[in-house]
Design a binder for this molecule. Sequence first.
Ligand code: PHE
Length: 361
Amino acid sequence: MTLVEIEQLLDQSFVAAKGALSGARNAAELEAARVQFLGQKGFIQAAKKSVGQLTVVDEKKRAGKLCNDRDRELQEAYQHNLSRIEQQDRAAALAERIDVTLPGRRSRRGRRHPLTTTCDDILAVLAGLGFQPAEGPEVEHDFYNFEALNMPSDHPARDMQDTFYVDAGARNDVVLRTHTSPVQARTMLASGKPPIRVSCFGRVYRKDDDPTHSPMFHQIEGIYVDKEVTFADLKGTLQLFAERIFAPGVKIRMRPSFFPFTEPSVEVDVSCVACGGIGHGGSSAADDGRCRICKGTGFLEIMGAGMVDPEVFRACKLDPDAVTGFAFGIGIERVALLRYGIADIRLLYENDERFLSQFVG
Ligand code: PHE
């Protein structure tokens, strides 16, 4: 090609090339234009080859410069359109993903289980009264669960507790603890030196299963042993405890009862949290007017308690003539059902989020 032909080629094709590179509407069109005009077989490459064949130095220079100028301009047009198309693609992809009319996604926060809240509250009240937390095993020896608590193997009181026995090979003295009271015995034996003031929280097991009983439930035990601990101390402690856990002004009532490990023993009731102790009327009244929660009695049973039996002190190597003490055992489920007005104990274990999300805490 002569210089003139080269110039013509560059001029003619340039307009079409620029139009195609700048006007491509998407990545595919742009790539096709790039291959056609700027690729190996494009006119720029053809012109460059011809420049090499020119013999006159001046002409070579002129044609070479023209080639490069056109090349650069087209490359720029290409790059410019390329970024425009990329941006457009990105925006399209985003537009597909973001629907601004969608309601925001709420981040769901966990809550404490009502049993945990109840338990923590009870332990906090007891800690405020000087009870130190203690622990014991759930798989327990007959000795601590029964024997040390004044329930020898032939004692009829063992029937009160529907015990699960653990298959422990040749041994037949391993049980799932039926109450938290074995921790009393363990603590007294381990410490050996009053004053002893501990609380123990944990799971306990009994063969029981209905709307108000579960085969596994939780108790908190409190025990206080010292010189001259009296029944009045027990009563004062439990009155304060009830007011802190339920509401200021609740009354407690003690009814004579029996536990082999305490003497005297009592069943402790609090005035009904639903009807205020009246037994009828108000929002908790059933069709017959009686309070649905306390069944018209005005009181709710929440725990067993009593003065530590001298036999227990003896079994735990303490001198019953030198020390006295009181103990109490609270069913945590029972307290939670009453505090929150829950009708069926099994709801506490089903992990149904619709149920659990109602509790703030
Ligand atoms: N351990 C008894 C029970 O589970 C409760 C209790 C504890 C009673 C301490 C008196 C003293 O029923």
